[in-house]
Design a protein around this ligand. Sequence first.
Ligand code: HEC
Length: 398
Amino acid sequence: MMWESILTEWASLILRWLHVVAAVGWIGSSFYFIHLDLSLQPRRDLPEGVYGEAWQVHGGGFYRIMKYLVAPASMPDELTWFKWEAYTTWLSGFALMVVVYYLDAELFLVDKSILNLTPLQAGMFSLGSLIIAWLLYEGACRSGLARHELPFAIGGYVFLVGLTYAFTHVLSGRGAFNQIGAIIGTIMVANVFATIIPNQKKIVAALLAGQKPDPELGLAGKQRSVHNNYLTLPVIVLMISNHYPLLFATRYNWVIVAIVLALGPIIRHFFNERHKGHKSPWWVWGAAAAGMIAIMLLSAAGPRNATTGALSTAPTFANVQDIVLSRCSMCHGAEPVWESIVTAPKGILLDTPEHIRRNARLIGRNAAWSTAMPPGNVTEMTTQERTLIAAWLAADGL
Ligand code: HEC
């Protein structure tokens, strides 16, 4: 048991490291190309077939980049392709999801107080919904629906919010946030793998054969890359949300995701407009601030089934200590007795009065104002117990 736990811990570190580095490389190059594409300037003395050029300065040198819309007069043998950043991001991300969420499904994917699933059922649900959601998106794009940009964007938004609502009523809050992030990430990588790169290959082949490539190929690739551009910021929030119990384990968690899914694209819009040299849409930051304030207020609503005013007497520290010792200390103790836990998670000890007082604020964020802990509610903490701790914190805990 100890070795299994240590192995998965380091597998998770290596995969996370790779995942973050690959994602930085991918997002970095895609932001760079979006900026480049939007900032190209047509000029008179450019070579035949060049649409525009950009001058850039970086690392002590000057770059003059030109974009050919059609075949250059001669095509070099070596072309640099940008695809492995995306593929590596997905492969490492999926492996990480297996290690964290599927191998420890009981703690992180299932929440018995939401739906009493077995780890296997939860894993199948997660994998199945990932595949089905991607197929629906792919089908909608291939059927031509995506050509109507605004209705497609609104439809896609409603689809993702609907999925989020459903996931938050099947999986744990944390599992649901990861699931919606994994679906968006999968759609983005599949766009690169199944549309953008194959279409580019066909275009190159046609040009080498001296034929005119089908313009549909380029248009479809462009469309998917616009989708990816707008999905980038929300997916990052979802991926780091597991550090923020007030986001994923409070009553309106799905509304919070709905706001994030709207804020990400409008913030991208601000930068897209600037890169084009248009007037900057400063209103975006007003909307972003309003959205963040709304998220803050929503996250203060407490756990989903919270009861208010249920306490007849003011809670004492002894009450709090009883609850924490019975619901938390089997994992957060010097020698945890919970099966898959070897040392106190994140070094947080909740086994003595002093430790409990010192961690009062963390207890509040994870178990009183949210239901992030105990993970999956494995020790069956009740809503009354959370309310009691919240009341104690409000009275003198901080
Ligand atoms: C089944 C074992 C288990 C029980 C019971 C449990 N925890 Fe945890 N706790 C964990 C694990 C595992 C993590 C690490 C989560 C992660 O990897 O993100 C954790 C992390 C935490 C953290 C750190 C969160 C952070 O910011 O990184 C706090 C605080 C916490 N638990 C508080 C509690 C409280 C309060 C209770 C009781 C109400 C409790 N835990 C019950 C397993 C448990």
